[in-house]
Design a protein. Structure first.
Length: 107
């Protein structure tokens, strides 16, 4: 999961993380406790630690990390997270996924 600046020009044709990587704030985080049940994807909440103050973030991008941004496939771009957009203030940002029926996303 990567926290992305609001200046990222969303392009639904983007396929790989290399299209997004220059807009990332902080260090991408691995989603823990991932589950897929009945087409619904969920994972534990994620913390982006000690982010530099002053960036406005509007979305979280999920991708499959291969070790090479040019081959790391984008999975989802989520901008409907409670509290977003947000401006970083030097502290941690915790992304709390929805605990309702659709969790992070559903297919």
């Amino acid at each position: 999961a990567a926290l992305v600046k609001s200046t990222y020009p969303l392009n639904l044709a983007d396929e790989f993380f290399s299209s997004v990587s220059s807009y990332v704030v902080g260090t991408p985080q691995t989603l823990a406790n991932r589950t897929i049940t009945g087409g619904v994807f969920d994972a534990g909440d994620v913390t982006f630690a000690a982010l530099t103050a002053g960036d406005t973030c509007s979305r979280v991008v999920l991708y499959v990390a291969t070790g090479d941004n040019a081959t790391s496939s984008l999975v989802a771009s989520i901008d409907t997270i409670t509290g977003f957009p947000l401006t970083t203030n030097g502290g941690d940002v915790v992304v709390r996924w929805d605990n309702g029926a659709y969790k992070i996303f559903s297919l």
